[in-house]
Ligand binder design. Structure first.
Ligand code: AMP
Length: 282
């Protein structure tokens, strides 16, 4: 397992692997890896000869008020996890390597990004689309792996790849949870002991919503109200949103009469956490 810092090194390694006829999978991450990321790496290793993990805290997807400076970073831990799960290369560029000083081109999207997380993070998806496009051009993988944990991001990437005729297969992987249900996230490290306990309200609300759908409830307001009331019973929790949307358009729906996504974002203290379920996965 190799760690490289420059685009030139990635390209040279990819060229060598292509000459040997290898297929390549890409797992884009912001590092501080956990079992959620590991599941993506394993999926890539199963389906490709070589797996590249990008490990880059992308400044462009953070607003000035967000946690760019404090976002956890640990390349040594990341390299152990990538190696243990079969990855072949970590691409860990400095911001200057990805964005030179005259950088001025962006990939933006006029649909999908104005809903859910896009409302409280209006510049976020432009940063995501731009960095993912750059990574796609640098690595030119056959397949790229994204977690359903970031469901809107997955929909946005799928849409972008379709719009821009990017010839890369996008694979969505299931949410990996802690044993008590909390969705794994690098941001869970921000939580103190009482916040960690309180954060369980997210997954419990998700399971409550899933149960209602499983039992035949199709009225979105009923599901949303039940989930909101439940989350509001936790004093440390403050709801950003609880929504049910059409899986493809990310537009809110009233009745679950098509594949839908139920997504929530909740502040636990200062930490904003997300969770979701797809009705198709129930
Ligand atoms: P991040 O490092 O948070 O940007 O995440 C990198 C990739 O890992 C994204 O595609 C995420 O959706 C995915 N991911 C993060 N947490 C999880 C999780 N708990 N289960 C599955 N995938 C995850």
């Amino acid at each position: 397992m190799k760690i490289v810092k420059t685009i030139a090194e990635v390209r040279s390694q990819v060229k060598e692997w292509r000459e040997q006829g290898f297929t390549i999978g890409l797992v884009p991450t912001m590092g501080y890896l956990h079992e959620g990321h590991a599941s993506l790496i394993e999926a890539s290793c199963r389906e490709n000869d070589k797996t590249i993990v990008s490990d880059f805290v992308n400044p462009m997807q953070f607003a000035p008020t967000e946690d760019l400076a404090s976002y956890p970073r640990d390349l040594e831990l990341d390299s152990k996890i990538v190696e243990a799960h079969g990855g072949d290369l970590i691409f860990n560029p400095e911001p200057e390597e990805m964005y030179h000083k005259n950088f001025s081109s962006f990939v933006d999207m006029t649909v999908l990004t104005q809903e859910l997380c896009g409302l409280s993070r209006p510049t976020h998806f432009r940063g995501v689309c731009t960095v993912v496009t750059k990574l796609f051009h640098i690595v030119k993988p056959d397949r790229a792996y994204f977690g359903k944990k970031d469901a809107q991001q997955l929909a946005v990437i799928r849409h972008m790849v379709d719009d821009l005729n990017i010839d890369i297969e996008i694979i969505g992987c299931p949410i990996v949870r802690e044993s008590d249900g909390l969705a794994k996230s690098s941001r869970n490290t921000y939580l103190n002991q009482s916040e960690r306990k309180a954060a369980l309200i997210l997954s419990k609300a998700i399971f409550l919503g899933m149960d209602m759908v499983k039992n035949g409830e199709i009225n979105c307001s009923n599901i949303i109200n039940a989930m909101q009331n439940y989350i509001n019973s936790e004093p440390l929790a403050k709801i950003d949103y609880v929504k049910i949307v059409d899986c493809e358009t990310m537009q809110q729906i009233e009745i679950i009469d098509r594949p839908a996504l139920c997504a929530i974002a909740v502040y636990i203290g200062k930490t904003r956490l997300i969770d979701n379920f797809f009705t198709e996965d129930i």
